[in-house]
Design a protein around this ligand. Structure first.
Ligand code: C5P
Length: 219
């Protein structure tokens, strides 16, 4: 039995990595599988929310009953997120957005020679920070993968990005973070409350995250 406490809510979830192209056959990306974001989208759908899932490249089938948008680069993800931002009650930014992209894209495959090569990178837009600056009624939830000074770094991010809460993956622990079906997280809310969660599957954890989010959404 799943409670239907999110009926009438519109929730935007981002998932997966982004891909930043170098040339027609190469890109820079990360190990995000999208599993956490897809689990969140399903859990929110199951509780009656209208869900928009904006996904980078993953190998997971789009969930049924969810509005699905596929993107590739961070800039495309930004454009899609901004397109929907005004109409949603909450944004859960679980995508692993690439922080940098190659400064120059080559229209032809870059040839190798015997010397070393350098790819210059420029900074991608911080989508969540932009949302924090624009934020009205929306509940904003960020994710972070931290290896050290976990609580301090996360608290700093809540302030810098004007978030309501942040879900921190301790990526140093087995069973947490990228690619696996489980996660171990701490959730910090903007009032400084810290909740520690044990090893959980990503769907159950999604419900725990949505419990906290539901409490923050204005009636
Ligand atoms: O600062 P950091 O990358 O650790 O913040 C992680 C959070 O910010 C995640 O929720 C991620 O989706 C979001 N993010 C973003 N745009 C970026 C980088 C991260 O929205 N360019």
């Amino acid at each position: 039995f799943v409670k239907k406490d999110l009926v009438g809510r519109k929730i935007l979830v981002t998932a997966g990595p982004t891909r930043e192209p170098i040339d027609p056959v190469r890109y820079i990306s990360n190990y995000s599988s999208g599993k956490m974001g897809y689990a969140l989208a399903k859990a929110a759908r199951d509780r009656g929310a209208e869900v928009i899932l904006i996904s980078g490249p993953t190998s997971i089938d789009p969930p049924i009953g969810v509005m699905f948008e596929r993107v590739s680069t961070a800039e495309q993800m930004r454009d899609k997120v901004l397109q929907y931002f005004d109409e949603v009650d909450a944004v859960i930014m679980s995508a692993a957005v690439a922080d940098y992209r190659p400064m120059n894209y080559s229209n032809v495959k870059i040839k190798k020679d015997d010397s070393e090569m350098t790819i210059r990178l420029s900074k991608n837009p911080d989508i969540l920070k932009e949302l924090g600056d624009k934020k009205g009624r929306q509940v904003l939830i960020g994710f972070a993968a931290e290896t050290d000074n976990i609580v301090m770094n996360a608290s700093k991010k809540i302030k810098e990005k004007n978030l309501d809460m942040i879900v921190i993956n301790d990526v140093t622990q087995p069973g947490a973070g990228f690619e696996v079906d489980t996660n171990i997280v701490k959730i910090i809310t903007k009032d400084g409350d810290i909740k520690d969660f044990p090893l959980m599957n990503k769907y159950d954890l999604s419900h725990a995250i949505l419990d906290l989010a539901a409490n923050l959404m204005v009636r």
